[in-house]
Design a protein around this ligand. Structure first.
Ligand SMILES: [Zn+2]
Length: 166
């Protein structure tokens, strides 16, 4: 079932939500970045010359026990600055929508970080799966490391058996 974009309560600055579907309990939102164009990463010249589009899927925070995904239509622009060697480039993904190579909506990271610091990677991953956000242990630890290396949860305590004293 599809509904109007006005139904969304999961808005993000800089993102235009276009539709929402719910299939097998998974909420999939479709959207695009609101910016008119983007700057070439090599020469920094702005461009609105559309070359193509492709889809990227990002995980978002779960809602009412349902997994939420954002299908983002990403535009590729042509660089029309003659001396520049780059022909095309993708519009950059930046917070609060996401990160350049990230696979989650930025707001997920605060939750991932809090759960990973409180529970550790593997138990945190199990907890997130129960909350309909199946993020791996490695993902959770990576988010914590990226934010503050001092908050990386310690490895789980090793159970010392009687054989260890032998
Ligand atoms: Zn350029």
């Amino acid at each position: 079932m599809a509904s109007k974009a006005s139904d969304f309560s999961l808005r993000l600055p800089g993102l235009i939500l276009e539709s929402r579907t719910v299939i097998d309990g998974i909420v999939e939102m479709s959207g695009r970045l609101a910016a008119v164009g983007a700057n070439c990463p090599d020469c920094a010249m702005p461009s609105t010359s559309l070359h193509s589009r492709y889809d990227r899927t990002l995980s978002d925070l779960p809602v009412r026990g349902s997994t939420v995904r954002l299908r983002l239509s990403v535009r590729r622009f042509r660089c029309l600055h003659t001396p520049c060697l780059r022909r095309t480039f993708s519009e950059p993904l930046a917070p609060p929508v996401g990160r350049r190579y990230g696979r989650r909506v930025e707001r997920c990271d605060a939750l991932v970080r809090a759960v990973a610091v409180a529970l550790g990677g593997r138990p945190g991953s199990r907890m997130m799966a129960r909350l309909s956000a199946p993020w791996s242990r490695d993902t959770m630890l990576r988010v914590v490391r990226r934010s503050d290396p001092a908050t990386v949860p310690p490895p789980p305590a090793r159970v010392v058996g009687i054989d260890d004293f032998a």
